[in-house]
Design a protein around this ligand. Sequence first.
Ligand SMILES: Nc1ncnc2c1ncn2[C@@H]1O[C@H](COP(=O)(O)OP(=O)(O)OP(=O)(O)O)[C@@H](O)[C@H]1O
Length: 243
Amino acid sequence: MEEKVLQVTNLTKHYKRKNAVDGISFSLNKGEIVALTGPNGAGKTTTIKCILGLLRKNEGEIFINGTDNKSKDVKYKLAYIPETPDIYPMLTVWEHLKFMALVYKINNWTVVAEKILSKFDIADKKDELAKNLSKGMKQKLSICCALIHNPEIFFVDEPFIGLDPKAVRELKDAFKALKEEGKTILISTHMLDAAENLCDRIIVVKKGRVLAEGSIEDLRHKIKVSQETSLEDIFLEVTEDEK
Ligand SMILES: Nc1ncnc2c1ncn2[C@@H]1O[C@H](COP(=O)(O)OP(=O)(O)OP(=O)(O)O)[C@@H](O)[C@H]1O
């Protein structure tokens, strides 16, 4: 049976009178890569920030491995990789990992850091200042920093924007490598062509609600389109039909 690592039930969040998230429910299984997509303003970032505990929800439940997300212990299981990598221009790659290891009080961090850098193929950039890295390398560094405390679930915001095809491919390979280790990844994205052959499932949201979810095959079946229909066309069909 699939092991649920995240369960979100009837999540509601409003900013003053604006309902940004309006009763969203979904779950993530261990080792899945899931795309969270939807038009601008659909509530994706708000949902992720509520899960991470960065925003206070109004209603609903969020459980990480069966424990309420308000518990301090579960926060260590989560990692957030923002759209613009949170890096320090004047620190080297290695200093970034050292900094994160100190924050999380990781013992024997150098062994862990060496492994991470070689896994993500940036060991040769160890002594490079972050400001000199390409956008793709900065994304990878951001992931490496997130990995140092060995989290279980990754929330990644628009990772593919501004990357060239090679960097997109490398980043997708990095996500697949995490999946192979049993990590779970939720990617919030509009770049459906990149998500199409990477994600096990897609969750489409609009106006703070889930409109459709499932594997790309499930979605094609649900909206009765051919098995060749692209994720982009499925997205347009699902979001256009909603009244
Ligand atoms: N701090 C805030 N105060 C008021 N309204 C907000 C705030 N943050 C977001 N909103 C509104 O809540 C709604 C959901 O925003 P959110 O950023 O979660 O959407 P999103 O799906 O991530 O959008 P995008 O794809 O454009 O990044 C939008 O209507 C947005 O304008």
